[in-house]
Design a protein around this ligand. Structure first.
Ligand SMILES: C[S@@+](CC[C@H](N)C(=O)[O-])C[C@H]1O[C@@H](n2cnc3c(N)ncnc32)[C@H](O)[C@@H]1O
Length: 230
């Protein structure tokens, strides 16, 4: 998809392991990840990059995608609020994956699947126009100007996203960084989307995420943007 080396790819999200996992989290990973993990996404498992059939995974239900689900609160909330869809989430940070698995157990939802890795691997194996909605909640801000090209809202990520989204699909972005709003408004339309709405009021089915709570505590203001795939 891009000419990046694996080392450059790692740079995109920095570290994969953070705090030591609690015993309960290790248990979730050992016992539950196998059930929820989307197979044949990684290059090791699927070197030919054969395309998946995501709708079949969820019995023909519309498929939604969450990029970088963090601790998984939005993902589990969406799966519970919209039982008629199937939600694929990806997150390379293993602590976040363990947190998501704990929340899945507690909520008892089953209409989701997890790629514990980089969204770009997922883009490669999802068919064109196979996803009906995508969420990008508080993407890594990359505050230094020289790192802005690493942000998700750049061509290298937005064009593959546009390819897998259906015409008319909604793409939601939440961020607390004014310069991220600027770049989102500049780059997302260039990748084949139109802006439908933006402002300080979240979507009706929104749940505040861990990162948003931190931003609010630190005095930053959330901004919500909605695009439609043309
Ligand atoms: C600032 S956090 C926000 C997490 C969560 N969405 C929230 O609102 O609490 C950004 C997340 O994006 C994830 N991320 C970064 N690069 C990614 C990539 N290439 N593929 C998938 N997730 C990625 C990070 O690991 C991190 O958990």
């Amino acid at each position: 998809m891009t000419d990046e080396t694996p080392a450059e790819r790692r740079n995109f999200y920095g570290r994969i392991h953070g705090k030591t996992l609690r015993a309960s989290q290790k248990g979730y990973l050992a016992e539950d990840l196998g059930r929820w993990r989307l197979a044949d996404v990684s290059r090791d498992e699927n070197p030919a990059r054969a395309l998946l059939d995501p709708a079949a995974l969820f019995g023909g239900r519309p498929v939604w995608l969450e990029v970088g689900f963090g601790g998984g609160e939005h993902m589990v909330h969406m799966a519970a609020t919209h039982p008629g869809i199937g939600l694929i989430g990806c997150e390379p940070f293993v602590n976040g994956v363990a947190m998501l698995l704990g929340k899945i157990r507690a909520a008892g939802v089953d209409n989701l699947a997890v790629h514990p890795g980089d969204v770009r691997d997922l883009f490669e194996v999802l068919p064109e126009a196979s996803v009906a909605r995508a969420f990008l909640n508080y993407p890594d801000p990359w505050p230094k100007r020289k790192h802005h090209r690493r942000r998700f809202v750049t061509r290298d990520h937005l064009c593959p996203l546009a390819r897998i989204l259906q015409k008319g699909a909604e793409f939601r972005v939440a961020t607390d960084i004014p310069d991220y709003v600027r770049q989102t408004l500049e780059e997302v339309p260039q990748a084949g989307f139109e802006l439908v709405g933006q402002g300080a009021t979240p979507w009706d089915d929104w749940i505040s995420t861990r990162y948003e709570q931190k931003a609010l505590r630190e005095g930053r203001k959330p901004h919500y943007l909605t695009f439609r795939r043309l």
